[in-house]
Write a protein that binds this ligand. Structure first.
Ligand SMILES: [Zn+2]
Length: 167
């Protein structure tokens, strides 16, 4: 029987103090249902011996001003770059709040770079949906797959008065 020689155990990516503060601030922007689901999914991820080495989930954006939404909308249309959104300022659920019922996720790697891997995002989406079945993953959308994107509908929020328009 042969065994792989492990010279040093791999270390999971760690947040710097500044990154940890940014993550805490972004999580505070998120609406309660979404924040709770994210916190649980993150904890499950970090408890998994394989997933935790693949990348550290981070919130890359939560609240987004309508002005910034318009800038993103221009990308791939009147400005260079790929199309990243089909929503104009005020149309996205990122533009609500805070509390904001949408957040985007990426993965911090050990070298400090951020990865938006479809595979890792689909694994994270499974944990998000297991944490709360009301979480909607942009990767499940038929028209424009927005894999980093997670949101909850207004009706899922404690203060929600019904209404489930997607934004
Ligand atoms: Zn998004």
């Amino acid at each position: 029987m042969t065994r792989a020689v492990v010279t040093r155990s791999p270390q999971p990516p760690q947040l710097t103090v500044k990154q940890a503060a940014t993550q805490a601030a972004r999580l505070r922007q998120a609406s309660p249902t979404l924040a709770a689901a994210y916190a649980q999914a993150l904890s499950r991820w970090l408890d998994d011996p394989v997933l935790r080495l693949a990348g550290r989930p981070i919130i890359t954006e939560c609240y987004r001003s309508p002005a910034r939404q318009d800038e993103l909308y221009a990308q791939g249309r009147t400005k260079p770059g790929p199309i990243v959104t089909y929503k104009r300022g005020g149309e996205s659920r990122h533009n609500l709040g805070p509390p904001t019922p949408a957040l985007d996720v990426g993965f911090l790697l050990a070298d400090g770079s951020v990865l938006w891997s479809g595979l890792l995002l689909s694994k994270f989406a499974r944990l998000m949906k297991a944490a709360d079945a009301r979480v909607v993953w942009g990767g499940d959308w038929a028209s424009f797959k927005d894999r980093p994107h997670f949101e909850v509908l207004k009706a899922a929020e404690p203060a929600g008065k019904g209404g489930d328009e997607r934004g």
